[in-house]
Design a protein around this ligand. Structure first.
Ligand SMILES: C[C@H](O)[C@H](O)[C@H]1CNC2=NC(N)=NC(=O)C2=N1
Length: 163
Protein backbone atom coordinates (compact mmCIF):
# COMPACT_ATOMS: atom_id res chain seq x y z
CA UNK A 1 0.00 0.00 0.00
CA UNK A 2 1.30 3.43 -0.85
CA UNK A 3 0.93 6.57 1.23
CA UNK A 4 -0.12 10.00 -0.01
CA UNK A 5 3.04 11.96 -0.88
CA UNK A 6 3.99 14.83 1.42
CA UNK A 7 5.19 18.08 -0.17
CA UNK A 8 8.94 18.50 -0.27
CA UNK A 9 9.46 22.24 -0.39
CA UNK A 10 12.68 23.74 -1.74
CA UNK A 11 15.12 25.36 0.67
CA UNK A 12 14.13 28.91 1.51
CA UNK A 13 10.38 28.35 1.13
CA UNK A 14 8.05 29.46 3.89
CA UNK A 15 6.35 26.13 4.73
CA UNK A 16 3.16 27.70 6.13
CA UNK A 17 2.64 29.96 3.10
CA UNK A 18 3.54 27.11 0.74
CA UNK A 19 1.10 24.70 2.45
CA UNK A 20 -1.66 27.31 2.20
CA UNK A 21 -1.02 27.86 -1.53
CA UNK A 22 -0.71 24.13 -2.20
CA UNK A 23 -3.86 22.88 -0.46
CA UNK A 24 -6.50 24.18 -2.92
CA UNK A 25 -4.52 22.87 -5.90
CA UNK A 26 -4.61 19.21 -4.83
CA UNK A 27 -7.21 16.74 -6.09
CA UNK A 28 -7.95 15.70 -2.51
CA UNK A 29 -9.29 19.23 -1.93
CA UNK A 30 -11.14 19.63 -5.23
CA UNK A 31 -8.13 20.92 -7.19
CA UNK A 32 -6.68 19.08 -10.17
CA UNK A 33 -2.99 18.70 -9.33
CA UNK A 34 -1.21 15.78 -7.69
CA UNK A 35 2.14 15.62 -5.97
CA UNK A 36 4.65 13.25 -7.54
CA UNK A 37 5.91 10.43 -5.29
CA UNK A 38 8.93 12.45 -4.06
CA UNK A 39 6.71 15.42 -3.18
CA UNK A 40 9.04 17.69 -5.15
CA UNK A 41 6.67 18.31 -8.04
CA UNK A 42 3.07 19.09 -8.88
CA UNK A 43 1.65 17.46 -11.99
CA UNK A 44 -1.49 17.58 -14.05
CA UNK A 45 -2.83 17.16 -17.56
CA UNK A 46 -4.82 19.71 -19.54
CA UNK A 47 -7.11 18.80 -22.41
CA UNK A 48 -8.53 21.11 -25.10
CA UNK A 49 -10.77 20.63 -28.11
CA UNK A 50 -8.09 21.18 -30.70
CA UNK A 51 -4.34 21.31 -31.10
CA UNK A 52 -4.66 25.04 -31.88
CA UNK A 53 -6.27 25.75 -28.49
CA UNK A 54 -3.72 23.56 -26.75
CA UNK A 55 -0.88 25.42 -28.41
CA UNK A 56 -2.42 28.82 -27.57
CA UNK A 57 -2.59 27.73 -23.93
CA UNK A 58 1.04 26.60 -23.99
CA UNK A 59 2.06 29.89 -25.58
CA UNK A 60 0.28 31.82 -22.81
CA UNK A 61 1.96 29.64 -20.17
CA UNK A 62 5.37 30.14 -21.77
CA UNK A 63 4.91 33.91 -21.60
CA UNK A 64 4.35 33.63 -17.84
CA UNK A 65 7.46 31.42 -17.61
CA UNK A 66 9.48 34.09 -19.34
CA UNK A 67 8.14 36.76 -16.99
CA UNK A 68 8.90 34.67 -13.89
CA UNK A 69 12.14 33.14 -15.18
CA UNK A 70 10.88 29.68 -14.29
CA UNK A 71 10.24 26.79 -16.63
CA UNK A 72 7.95 23.77 -16.47
CA UNK A 73 8.75 20.19 -17.37
CA UNK A 74 6.07 19.54 -19.92
CA UNK A 75 5.04 17.58 -22.96
CA UNK A 76 2.27 17.72 -25.50
CA UNK A 77 0.53 15.35 -27.85
CA UNK A 78 -2.28 16.76 -29.99
CA UNK A 79 -4.94 18.16 -27.60
CA UNK A 80 -3.31 17.23 -24.30
CA UNK A 81 -0.55 18.91 -22.36
CA UNK A 82 1.13 17.42 -19.33
CA UNK A 83 2.69 19.96 -16.97
CA UNK A 84 4.99 19.31 -14.05
CA UNK A 85 6.09 22.19 -11.81
CA UNK A 86 9.22 21.65 -9.81
CA UNK A 87 12.23 23.76 -8.93
CA UNK A 88 15.57 22.37 -10.01
CA UNK A 89 17.76 24.63 -7.88
CA UNK A 90 17.32 24.53 -4.95
CA UNK A 91 15.53 21.26 -5.57
CA UNK A 92 11.93 20.87 -4.45
CA UNK A 93 8.55 22.53 -4.68
CA UNK A 94 8.79 26.33 -4.46
CA UNK A 95 6.25 29.11 -4.14
CA UNK A 96 6.99 29.94 -7.79
CA UNK A 97 5.83 26.42 -8.76
CA UNK A 98 2.64 26.90 -6.77
CA UNK A 99 2.06 30.33 -8.28
CA UNK A 100 2.56 29.06 -11.82
CA UNK A 101 0.36 26.01 -11.24
CA UNK A 102 -2.38 28.40 -10.13
CA UNK A 103 -1.77 30.55 -13.21
CA UNK A 104 -2.03 27.45 -15.42
CA UNK A 105 -5.45 26.63 -13.96
CA UNK A 106 -6.67 30.15 -14.75
CA UNK A 107 -5.19 30.20 -18.27
CA UNK A 108 -6.58 26.73 -19.04
CA UNK A 109 -10.04 27.94 -18.06
CA UNK A 110 -9.62 31.06 -20.23
CA UNK A 111 -8.54 28.95 -23.22
CA UNK A 112 -11.54 26.61 -22.93
CA UNK A 113 -10.11 23.59 -21.16
CA UNK A 114 -12.21 20.47 -21.57
CA UNK A 115 -12.74 19.09 -18.06
CA UNK A 116 -13.80 15.43 -17.89
CA UNK A 117 -16.95 15.10 -15.69
CA UNK A 118 -15.07 12.80 -13.30
CA UNK A 119 -12.51 15.56 -12.69
CA UNK A 120 -15.02 18.25 -11.79
CA UNK A 121 -15.76 16.42 -8.51
CA UNK A 122 -13.40 16.45 -5.53
CA UNK A 123 -11.55 13.16 -5.52
CA UNK A 124 -9.32 11.11 -3.30
CA UNK A 125 -7.12 9.23 -5.69
CA UNK A 126 -4.35 6.76 -5.06
CA UNK A 127 -1.19 8.07 -6.77
CA UNK A 128 -0.74 4.84 -8.73
CA UNK A 129 -4.26 5.15 -10.18
CA UNK A 130 -3.53 8.65 -11.42
CA UNK A 131 -3.95 9.13 -15.14
CA UNK A 132 -5.11 5.66 -16.03
CA UNK A 133 -7.30 5.76 -19.09
CA UNK A 134 -6.39 9.40 -19.77
CA UNK A 135 -3.51 11.05 -21.61
CA UNK A 136 -1.25 8.62 -19.80
CA UNK A 137 -1.86 6.31 -22.76
CA UNK A 138 0.29 8.73 -24.77
CA UNK A 139 3.03 8.54 -22.13
CA UNK A 140 3.10 12.30 -21.66
CA UNK A 141 4.78 12.12 -18.25
CA UNK A 142 7.39 9.75 -19.66
CA UNK A 143 7.91 12.09 -22.58
CA UNK A 144 8.61 14.94 -20.16
CA UNK A 145 10.99 12.71 -18.16
CA UNK A 146 13.04 12.04 -21.27
CA UNK A 147 13.46 15.75 -21.95
CA UNK A 148 14.48 16.35 -18.32
CA UNK A 149 17.18 13.73 -18.73
CA UNK A 150 18.49 15.47 -21.83
CA UNK A 151 18.45 18.95 -20.30
CA UNK A 152 21.10 18.11 -17.69
CA UNK A 153 21.83 20.58 -14.88
CA UNK A 154 19.96 23.41 -16.62
CA UNK A 155 19.19 25.42 -13.49
CA UNK A 156 22.38 25.16 -11.50
CA UNK A 157 23.98 28.62 -11.36
CA UNK A 158 27.05 28.84 -13.65
CA UNK A 159 29.69 28.88 -10.87
CA UNK A 160 28.24 25.73 -9.27
CA UNK A 161 27.87 23.52 -12.36
CA UNK A 162 29.62 20.15 -12.34
CA UNK A 163 32.58 20.19 -14.76
C1 LIG B 1 19.74 30.93 -13.72
C2 LIG B 1 18.24 30.87 -13.72
O1 LIG B 1 17.68 31.84 -12.91
C3 LIG B 1 17.78 29.51 -13.24
O2 LIG B 1 18.30 28.56 -14.15
C4 LIG B 1 16.28 29.36 -13.10
C5 LIG B 1 15.53 29.34 -14.39
N1 LIG B 1 14.31 28.59 -14.36
C6 LIG B 1 14.11 27.63 -13.47
N2 LIG B 1 13.05 26.82 -13.57
C7 LIG B 1 12.87 25.80 -12.75
N3 LIG B 1 11.80 25.02 -12.92
N4 LIG B 1 13.73 25.55 -11.77
C8 LIG B 1 14.81 26.32 -11.55
O3 LIG B 1 15.56 26.05 -10.62
C9 LIG B 1 15.03 27.41 -12.42
N5 LIG B 1 16.06 28.20 -12.30
Amino acid sequence: MSTTPRPNFSAGSDPAAAEAALAPLLTANGGRWTLNPSGEALEREFKFKTFAKTWDFMTAVSLQCKLKNHHPEWSNVFNTTFIRWTTHHPKGLSTLDLELATTCDRLAHDFGEVVPPSDSQPQQQAPEAKGTGKGEACGLAGLADRVVGGAGDCCVPKGKKAT
